[in-house]
Write a protein of this length. Structure first.
Length: 97
C-alpha cells in the first residue's frame, strides 16, 4: 500500500466486524482510540508491503479495510503456515549419501 496524495494515512482494520485483538497484532498494527472507540489500524507511509493481521489459528474470516480516499493498494497476499512444533505432521531428516 502507499499514500501517494500525502505523507501518510491511517487504514482501519476490522476482522469479522470488530477491531483486531492484541493477540492478532503484527509489527505494523497500531491501536488508537478514535471517536471513543478502540480501533486497530496500520499507518501507511512509504510504498511497501504491510502486515495486517496475524491469526494464531486457521479459520475463515472477513477482513475489512476502511481507507481514506487516495490510498493506493496494489496486491493482497494471504499466507498460512503451521508453526514448528505445533503440528502432528512429522518432518524427515535428509542426510547426504
Amino acid at each position: 500500500m502507499a499514500s501517494p496524495r500525502g505523507s501518510s494515512c491511517e487504514v482501519i482494520i476490522r476482522q469479522d466486524g470488530k477491531p483486531l485483538t492484541r493477540e492478532q497484532k503484527t509489527t505494523d498494527t497500531q491501536f488508537h482510540n478514535i471517536s471513543g472507540q478502540d480501533e486497530s489500524l496500520v499507518l501507511v507511509q512509504q510504498a511497501r508491503m504491510y502486515f495486517l493481521v496475524d491469526n494464531q489459528q486457521f479459520g475463515e474470516h472477513m477482513l475489512e479495510l476502511i481507507c481514506p480516499a487516495g490510498l493506493a493498494a496494489f496486491a493482497f497476499t494471504f499466507t498460512s503456515c503451521v508453526e514448528s512444533g505445533s503440528s502432528s505432521i512429522s518432518t524427515g531428516v535428509v542426510r547426504p549419501a
